[in-house]
Structures are given as structure tokens and as C-alpha cells.
Design a protein around this ligand. Structure first.
Ligand SMILES: [Zn+2]
Length: 121
């Protein structure tokens, strides 16, 4: 007995009554294309959201630099809306023979040490 299959196009979800292959996921090409399009919108939304958060983070750090503040507690940053989940790629550099993890947002480099964010540049 074949199990009930539903079209994977979120806007459709119709039961697929006739299918030859168990791999069939959509009613037809329209649903297949539509599902692909909706998925790409979702991916774009994630990228746009991430970019927005990066820009907000960047603005917060820029404001700190403008005020001459180079180190600040993580908790304080979070309360100002800083998101530690939205940073650029981290990298490692050697300082005094120690591997330091350096994070950055655009042109601002910083490290996190003893619960403080320390701006390097
Ligand atoms: Zn469908």
C-alpha cells in the first residue's frame, strides 16, 4: 500500500494520488517551480536579515569607537542590541605566541576576552 503523499509546495499541499515514483514530491511542474521559488525567497530573507543584523552590530561598535570606548562587557553590548550570533567569519592570529581568535564586522576587528569585547583597531 502506498502512503499518502502531499505536494511539497507549501501553498498547495494537495494529496498526490497518482505517482509512479516514490520520489515524486509535487503535483506538477508548476508546484515544483513554485516550491523552488518560495525556497529561494526564504534563503534571501535569511541573508537580508543577517545583513541587517551585521549593520546594526557595526553601528553599535562604530558609536563606541566614536566615544573612545575600546572595550565593553558582552552583557552591556547585548543590552544595546548587539547580536553575537551575527559576526563575520572569525580568524586566528598569533599575538605573543598565542593563537588569538579575532572576530570582525566589516573593517572593525575585535577579540572577546574575559567576557569583554575589545576593539583592536
Ligand atoms: Zn501541488
Amino acid at each position: 500500500m502506498k502512503s499518502i503523499k502531499r505536494c511539497e509546495n507549501q501553498e498547495c499541499r494537495d494529496v498526490i494520488t497518482t505517482y509512479k515514483s516514490a520520489k515524486r514530491k509535487y503535483c506538477d511542474d508548476y508546484c515544483k517551480n513554485r516550491a523552488g521559488y518560495l525556497r529561494s525567497l526564504e534563503i534571501n530573507a535569511v541573508i537580508i536579515e543577517k545583513d541587517k543584523k551585521l549593520k546594526e552590530n557595526y553601528k553599535i561598535l562604530k558609536n563606541l569607537i566614536a566615544k573612545g570606548i575600546r572595550s565593553i562587557f558582552e552583557q552591556t553590548l547585548i543590552s544595546h542590541g548587539f547580536s553575537f550570533n551575527d559576526l563575520h567569519e572569525r580568524r586566528f592570529i598569533k599575538i605573543n605566541d598565542q593563537n588569538m581568535e579575532v572576530n570582525n564586522i566589516y573593517d572593525i576587528d575585535f577579540i572577546i576576552e574575559e567576557k569583554q569585547l575589545i576593539i583592536l583597531n
